[in-house]
Design a protein around this ligand. Structure first.
Ligand SMILES: Nc1ncnc2c1ncn2[C@@H]1O[C@H](COP(=O)(O)OP(=O)(O)OP(=O)(O)O)[C@@H](O)[C@H]1O
Ligand SMILES: [Mg+2]
Length: 316
């Protein structure tokens, strides 16, 4: 995420077209908005169109607008998103789902910097920065003839790939704290601490819904918290049956290395729990040197120090 943020800082200040790539809930819209806010266009509008949510026959009118009476149902003049975004930024979300016919029209706008309202008689020039996002593999869409290659090259100037949460479990504690503070503030609740074991359990989850799912779970956990804290038992009841920590880690998604990491994390956590966070004991039953277990835990994002503190075990 730090790499993404430093790329974002640099590209935001430019006029470059950015293509944000990432699974659902990884923060694509948040990043698009941040790019706009940190650009010289921040004083202008930030206008969004979700290409997957608007019916194909309405996208053109949504983007370019229409004149009164230009088609059945066009009761009045409608100013399209491109004109609304003049001197600002247009965010075309789920661009990979844009129908082919519409792609041709978008290409023309990107090349000429002009839009034509449906039923209009002259083009209107617009000064708009274009930021797009998709959860799809755009290059594959091009190969499958579902996305125009010429349009691809126009929008794929600066790809910004947001990593899924399962590939950055070391970010989870920070995000949990952030969302916990946010939820407390929204509801006027006292802060609810998360135990290190609960945090480790959250880190071993696969998070198919990414940051959005994490945010929802944090809110749920805070509602379920007993004794003023979120512990591992709270985490166990927070995940609905079938989608829980255990179920998801039994069949984790992703590359082999990720699955192995998730499995190792789970085995080590279980052993630490059994030994009441006694590292020497846990290392012995796992057949590891103590130093090796420390190293492994660090790699896997397990916070041994915090776990021992909670167990009241002596510092080694
Ligand atoms: N790094 C982050 N810090 C804080 N909040 C985040 C972060 N990343 C994402 N979020 C929050 O997670 C939620 C999902 O983010 P967002 O809507 O930007 O994802 P998305 O990639 O556009 O998802 P989708 O593909 O489903 O539209 C939002 O509430 C957003 O504010
Ligand atoms: Mg989105």
């Amino acid at each position: 995420m730090q790499r993404v943020m430093s790329q974002l800082e640099r590209v935001a200040a430019s006029e470059t077209r950015v293509c944000i790539l990432g699974e659902t809930g990884t923060g694509k819209e948040l990043v698009a908005r941040t790019i706009h806010e940190r650009s010289a266009r921040a004083g202008g509008a930030f206008v969004t169109l979700n290409c997957a949510a608007v019916p194909a026959e309405l996208i053109e009118s949504e983007l370019f607008g229409h004149e009164k009476g230009s088609f059945t149902g066009a009761a009045g003049r409608h100013i399209g998103k491109f004109e609304q975004a003049d001197h600002g930024t247009i965010f075309l979300d789920e661009i990979g789902d844009m129908p082919l016919a519409m792609q041709a029209k978008l290409l023309r706008v990107l090349e000429e910097g002009e839009v034509e309202r449906i039923g209009g008689d002259k083009p209107v020039s617009v000064d708009v920065r274009v930021v797009v996002a998709t959860h799809r593999d755009l290059e594959a869409r091009v190969r499958e003839d579902k996305f125009r290659q010429d349009l691809f090259h126009r929008i794929y100037v600066f790809p910004l790939a947001l990593p899924p949460l399962r590939e950055r479990h070391e970010d989870i504690p920070l995000l949990v704290e952030h969302f916990a503070a946010q939820v407390s503030a929204q509801n006027g609740w006292k802060p609810v601490p998360f135990t290190a074991e609960a945090m480790a359990a959250l880190q071993s989850h696969q998070w198919p819904g990414n940051v959005r799912e994490l945010r929802n779970i944090v809110e749920r956990l805070m509602l379920l918290a007993t004794n003023g804290q979120v512990d591992v038992a709270t985490v166990e009841i927070a995940f609905p049956k079938g989608g829980g920590v255990a179920a998801s880690s039994a069949f984790p998604a992703g590359a082999l290395a990720e699955r192995v990491d998730a499995f190792e994390r789970e085995v080590i956590l279980a052993e630490l729990k059994r030994s009441h966070s006694n590292v020497s004991l846990a290392a012995k039953s796992l057949g590891l040197e103590r130093s090796h277990l420390y190293k492994k835990a660090e790699q896997l994002g397990i916070n041994l120090r915090a776990m021992r503190r909670e167990q009241g075990s002596p510092q080694e």
